[in-house]
Design a protein around this ligand. Structure first.
Ligand code: NDP
Length: 396
């Protein structure tokens, strides 16, 4: 690699903004920073928030491998941080293989025409990444991302065997709108309206959307109803955590959010199949995205906190143990630092940390990897200094 690396960030949404700000804060690692996305105006806006000359900007349509190859070659990029949408994961990965460039993303591949996400097609590229001698780090956001690292940290320092994991994601932020999503509405609503799923004794068990709920008392937030969802980090964690018997994922939703979701679903507004409207075809969920507030504009209105963590239960030295590792972020503090609310912040900072560890070769091996496959200590240390301090509580 050249003495001064080049970092290419693809995607100038809420998360892309945070990644750009945080890479600039760590310029000695990231070197030349280029932000490229579909809409140049969004890149310009982010560039203008940063010190003059801190980043360069460009445009591309990342749905085509050729376009991604061209931009990687144009800037001679060493690493691509993919914070566009999950639909672009494979084209960007293939461009990285073709150009022998390291790759990182925060969400696993989804096909635009099918509301289903899984690692299969990304894991299948492991041999090609190894052959090219470059690395892909998958799911380096908060969940997936930091939550995987929390599990690896629990396994390394607190347990001989972990039997149960609950991942608990609470956003107690209030943006003042009756209904809006905190990240890309299409991705968010597809995730939330799908059937739930958890893993127990080697099998996946499917549930109806919002069928299972519990109340969890989130430190610094308070008790909140939390609903079982399927979430992608479980797919890799069941492979990599020793002795696991059950893993579940819970997310909090307010009453107003759930009421709107139900109505939108009942009237067909969450559909992903085209419908005929007068002389044109529209995809309901895409049209809904046009109507809803852009998540990138929620930042300055959002107050309150997020609390995301894991509860792990298992055995240490022959005794039962239960711990809770969590991180609390404040929407207004995040906005004051990088002009984004906490959901984008808690995703963008881990993306930057993952890329930093790769560039510094602290986390580096050719092939396609998930977060829990690396030593968690370096990542946990960076979280404490880069704006995501965490805590561990012994519950038993
Ligand atoms: P946004 O919709 O705000 O931003 C996505 C950006 O990608 C937009 O700027 C968009 O361009 C750009 N983009 C979309 N398609 C293309 C394309 N074909 N070519 C080039 N650019 C494109 O999303 P977020 O910032 O909220 O989310 C970014 C990613 O982070 C998503 O994959 C999301 O799933 C993931 N995420 C992960 C989390 C985690 O904890 N792991 C949590 C939250 C999000 P345009 O402006 O033109 O639309």
């Amino acid at each position: 690699m050249k003495k001064r690396p080049t970092t290419l960030i693809i995607g100038a949404g809420g998360v892309g903004r945070v990644v750009a700000h945080k890479c600039v804060q760590n310029k000695e690692t990231f070197g030349r920073i280029v932000l490229a996305s579909r809409t140049l105006a969004k890149c310009e806006q982010i560039r203008d928030e940063l010190p003059k000359g801190a980043i360069e900007i460009d445009t591309l349509d990342a749905d085509e491998v050729r376009n991604v190859v061209d931009i990687i070659e144009k800037y001679d990029a060493d690493i691509v941080i993919n914070v566009a949408l999950p639909y672009q994961d494979l084209t960007i990965m293939d461009a990285c293989i073709a150009t022998k460039t390291d790759y990182l993303d925060t969400a696993n591949y989804e096909h635009p025409d099918e509301a289903k996400f899984e690692y299969k097609l990304q894991w299948e590229r492991d041999a090609a990444f190894k052959e090219a001698g470059v690395m892909a780090l998958l799911g380096s956001g908060f969940d997936p991302g930091a939550t995987n690292v929390f599990c690896a940290y629990a396994q390394k320092h607190y347990f001989d065997e972990i039997h149960y994991i609950d991942i608990l994601d609470c956003n107690a932020g209030d943006h003042g709108y009756p209904f809006a999503t905190n990240f890309n509405p299409e991705i968010n609503l597809r995730e939330v309206s799908a059937n739930g799923r958890y893993w127990e004794n080697g099998k996946w068990i499917e549930t109806k959307p919002m069928e299972i709920k519990m109340v969890w008392d989130y430190p610094e937030v308070g008790p909140k109803e939390s609903y079982l969802l399927y979430h992608e980090e479980m797919e890799s964690l069941v492979k990599h955590i020793k002795g696991l018997k059950r893993i579940r994922f819970f997310m909090t939703f307010g009453e107003s959010y759930l009421k709107h979701m139900e109505v939108l679903q009942n009237v067909g507004m969450l559909g992903i199949e085209p419908v005929k409207h007068k002389d044109c075809e529209i995809i309901p969920i895409e049209f809904l995205k046009t109507l809803l507030p852009d998540p990138a504009t929620l930042g300055e209105r959002t107050k309150g906190k997020t609390n995301i963590g894991i509860v792990a239960e298992g055995i240490k030295d022959g005794k039962k143990r239960k711990i809770y590792i969590y991180q609390v972020s404040d929407h207004e503090k995040c906005y004051a630092e990088v002009k984004s609310q906490a959901v984008s912040y808690t995703t963008g900072v881990p993306a930057m940390i993952g890329a930093k560890l790769m560039l510094e070769k602290k986390w580096y091996k050719p092939g396609v990897w998930n977060m829990e496959q690396f030593d968690p200590d370096a990542f946990m240390k960076e979280m404490n200094t880069q704006g995501l301090p965490w805590k561990v509580l012994e519950l038993q």
